[in-house]
Design a protein around this ligand. Sequence first.
Ligand code: SF4
Length: 279
Amino acid sequence: MSVHSEIEWTDATWNPVRGCTKISPGCKHCYAQTFAERFRGVKGHPYEQGFDLRLIPEKLLEPLSWRSSKLVFVNSMSDLFQPGVPDAYVEATSRVMITANWHTYQVLTKRSERLHELLSQKLQFAAMQQHIWWGVSVENKKHGLPRIDDLRRAPAAVRFLSVEPLLEDLGELDLSGIHWVIVGGESGPGARPIQKEWVISIRNQCREQGVPFFFKQWGGVRKKTAGRLLQGRTYDEYPSRVVREIPERSRCVEFAEKLSQHFRALLFANKLVRFPLST
Ligand code: SF4
């Protein structure tokens, strides 16, 4: 986990899965891949295997040990709903979110069909929780708009869009059933340009349809210079968050032990782990 994430719209990241495969133009300059591949072959490094998909069960219980309430970006270095992550593992990750409910979780995917399918069936127990926000990435019309429809059809208490990197004008958007929109331009070497009009159009539609709007960045090769002002101001809006008391440390240890037993049975039965989970 990274307690102080540099991502503008979250506090912390939690990665019980590492690695992913590219599926659409938004993945072209995937920061997670660039980071992970730097460490391929470095003995003992968490990314020794580069960006290859790996389940990290020893990370599953991590949020239970955090003693302050955080906004947590789930799998910032991966995509929980990619085909290589078994249903049982997605379920285990969701069980932790249900138990450590003093945090708010942001689960973002490009695999919206599977998100829809699991929230409608195996993840029903987690779908309608106010402290778990389910989101899809939207980089363009062709790939992004169908994801919005999948998300809208999924049962979920809080749904959000990460419109980043924004690659073209998205035109008219149906934001019904959507509770938050983040917009950002691509950053880093080779960043594809964003246009002000595209961002203003989304902001205006959020205003008209009563959806909180967060403008992350203009991006570009020097993203700090480009900043994040839109027409002279920042936009840092969020959906409302549930505030819950953090249980005593001893209670959290009990929760972790109980979950650990459940996961051993669940994950061993599915042949997903070869070693015990630490509490
Ligand atoms: S889905 Fe996300 S994590 Fe996976 S390759 Fe694309 S940008 Fe990277």
